[in-house]
Design a protein around this ligand. Structure first.
Ligand SMILES: Nc1nc2c(ncn2[C@@H]2O[C@H](COP(=O)(O)OP(=O)(O)OP(=O)(O)O)[C@@H](O)[C@H]2O)c(=O)[nH]1
Ligand SMILES: [Mg+2]
Length: 227
């Protein structure tokens, strides 16, 4: 064994079902456009919330909802592989919440969101948040039809989340670096994460947040143009 690691890229391995995958992505994009049109017809602003497992997506949505619910009519679609834990947390804010369980899938898709939108009284809303399944890989490829994308990472995932998963950040409008209250304990510099994000996507607004103390929440709201 040499001192440097061997690298095998996917282009060297067998790639199955390339055409099938292209069809699925195309069909998803078409349904996403339909969802977008439906949301716009109803005058609704929609925000995708994506990010790593346990980074604080639900906590951030809950914090934002707690601030905006006095002035906006809000609903939340909660995507999870299983359980209604996140939906129950959000429902405690008193806003309509739809749980979408993806079963074996590691991401939401536009068809699932189309179904979820059918369960909501769209004419009674101003704003929808969609929390995707927690991971930094698959959700990036499946647009849902939303206006903006909020990506949430946290210092507890270590210092390399952005450089290892740049795709998730390409389309982000806002990135929250969450749990900054734990930066010292984790030995992770949030400003280094911020610099990594700005390299990958210079247009994204990066906000440091601590959802437990409501730090950075109004900046996130402002950066998404919601207030
Ligand atoms: N210390 C600290 N803990 C936080 C913060 N934000 C969230 N947490 C905690 O982190 C844990 C995970 O938070 P969630 O909001 O459920 O994270 P999530 O990204 O929605 O998780 P999944 O949906 O399971 O991927 C919970 O115990 C939260 O209370 C924060 O800013 N600081
Ligand atoms: Mg969650």
């Amino acid at each position: 064994m040499g001192k440097q690691a061997e690298i095998v890229t996917s282009s060297e391995g067998e790639v199955f079902d390339v055409e099938l995958e292209a069809d699925i992505l195309k069909a998803n994009r078409e349904l996403a456009a339909e969802n977008h049109a439906k949301l716009k017809q109803n005058g609704i602003t929609s925000i995708d919330v994506m990010g790593s497992v346990g980074s604080g997506k639900t906590s951030l949505i809950k914090a934002i909802v707690s601030v905006l619910k006095a002035t906006h009519r809000i609903a939340v679609i909660e995507g999870d592989v299983t359980t209604t834990i996140d939906a129950d947390i959000i429902a405690s804010e008193g806003v309509p919440t739809v749980q979408v369980n993806t079963g074996k899938e590691c991401h939401l898709d536009a068809n699932l969101i189309k179904k979820a939108l059918g369960r909501i009284h769209l004419s009674e809303l101003d704003l929808i948040f969609i929390e995707n399944v927690g991971n930094l890989i698959c959700p990036a490829e499946f647009p849902l039809g939303s206006d903006k994308r909020l990506v949430v990472i946290s210092v507890t995932e270590g210092p390399y989340m952005v450089v290892k998963h740049p795709m998730m950040f390409y389309e982000a409008n806002t990135v929250a670096i969450n749990k900054v209250d734990l930066s010292n304990a984790m030995g992770v510099d949030p400003f280094k994460l911020k610099a990594d994000i700005s390299k990958v996507n210079p247009k994204a607004t990066v906000v440091m947040t601590d959802c437990r103390s409501m730090v950075g929440i109004s900046e996130v709201i402002h950066s998404l143009g919601l207030k």
